[in-house]
Design a protein. Structure first.
Ligand code: B12
Length: 345
């Protein structure tokens, strides 16, 4: 791209940036971002109004099966490089305290909290970014060593919330205030409220919260009394048995499933695992809407890959029958089945 044609406004830049991601053109994407900085666009805007929405669009293209996993990986790698280039270009002087930003254990979506980390840095915080999947014990010992004023924890997948809760509690026990964020807590943060932890919808709100320690610590307690009924713990204990049972029934009722290749079998086991994990997480926060939202998402993902709705209906029916004595799981499964297209309500 020549200087004369380089976009200097974010609106126009968005489309061009996505084209660079589609072409896997790392240099062009980086030049575009740095060009915007040179044209006077603040670094925070480049991160949040260019890179972040482009990544969301990458996700939509993957979900619609327009982009392969390889194309998504290439695009994400480039966005990570762009974030690094923008931060290196800005290099703000730290004037505030120390913040650690990390992904929950088992969470591989490191780019969203990386954007949060860079925005905090731009706003004067001394930030250590620990990246993807940090084990709770290691995080806690790091917080002590680093003498952190706050920790920001990311969770992109609702099914990881039970683990997220363990990590939040571990940080709390070491008396470091916690703020959480990411799609995993629900678009309105309702599952963060359920866990009793401060939540920020985006990086600027996270920065404001962290600057106000009293607000960060003044959070209503979680509402998790229902966990006493042991339903969540039993579901977790029975995870493998549930997956094996659903797979056996699928093979019995759908002849084609008996001829699955190893890769198809792997994908099916992984999908069944996701169903059980989302169900367990919905039971953990006692909110069936988490499960119905997941079912609607799964219908779209599998539908765009030519997988019929029956492939979801069957395991939901199976789990419904096996878990009939689990009232909260059974309710979520019934609502999940009702959310399937073509199912009479
Ligand atoms: C890139 C990507 C990946 C990469 C991540 C690599 C990396 N380095 O980050 C990889 C390949 C690892 C991946 C894996 C998976 N992914 Co993925 N992924 C994405 C994608 C396309 C982009 C993520 C991103 O950068 N988003 C941009 C950020 C900026 O958006 P954001 O989350 O809204 O962030 C803002 C706020 O939420 C908030 N925020 C975010 N984090 C935090 C943290 C804190 C502390 C705070 C305060 C605020 C905050 O601030 C941000 C900026 O304002 C998303 C699509 C999407 N819409 O996000 C899917 C997406 C999140 N992935 C999805 C899925 C399903 C998966 C997999 C399960 C796929 C699979 N079958 O294996 C695995 C799970 C891996 C795991 N265990 O973590 C789904 C989740 C759907 C659901 N129902 O939950 C999505 C939504 C794709 C889709 N459209 O369906 N993924």
């Amino acid at each position: 791209m020549t200087a004369a044609t380089a976009p200097t406004g974010l609106g126009e830049a968005h489309t061009v940036y996505l084209d660079h991601l589609a072409d896997a053109d790392e240099y062009a994407a980086t030049d575009l971002a740095i060009g915007l900085l040179d044209a006077g666009v603040p670094a925070e805007r480049v991160l949040l109004d260019l890179v972040a929405p482009a990544q969301a669009e990458v996700g939509e293209r993957w979900a619609r099966n327009e982009w392969s996993v390889a194309q998504e990986h290439a695009a994400t790698h480039i966005s990570e490089q762009v974030v690094a280039a923008v931060s290196a270009h800005a290099r703000p002087d730290p004037t505030n305290g120390r913040v650690v930003v990390a992904c929950m254990d088992g969470e591989w979506h490191a780019l969203p909290p990386r954007l949060v980390a860079e925005v905090l840095r731009l706003r004067g915080w001394q930030v250590t970014f620990l990246g993807a999947s940090v084990p709770a014990a290691h995080l806690v010992s790091y917080l002590h060593r680093y003498d952190a004023d706050a920790v920001a924890l990311a969770c992109a997948l609702p099914m990881r919330l039970p683990y997220a809760h363990q990590m939040i509690e571990a940080c709390r026990r070491s008396d470091v205030p916690v703020v959480v964020g990411g799609r995993g807590f629900g678009a309105d943060g309702r599952w963060a409220r359920r866990l009793g932890v401060a939540w920020a919808p985006d990086a600027p709100s996270a920065a404001e919260l962290i600057a106000d320690e009293r607000a960060l610590r003044r959070v209503p307690p979680g509402q998790l009394a229902h966990l006493a009924d042991d339903e969540y713990a039993s579901l977790v204990r029975r995870r493998s048995e549930l997956i094996d049972g659903a797979l056996a029934e699928l093979r019995e009722r759908v002849p084609a499933a008996r001829a699955y290749t190893a890769a198809q079998l792997d994908a099916t086991v992984s999908d069944l695992g996701h169903i059980v994990d989302f169900l367990a997480a919905a039971v953990y926060v006692d909110d069936a809407s988490m499960f119905t939202e997941f079912v609607q998402w799964l219908v779209e993902i599998l539908g765009s890959r030519g997988v019929p709705v029956g492939a979801i209906a069957l395991p939901l029916e199976h789990f419904g029958a096996v878990l009939r004595d689990f009232p909260r799981a059974a309710r979520a499964l019934a609502l999940g089945r009702a959310a399937l297209p073509g199912v009479a309500r």
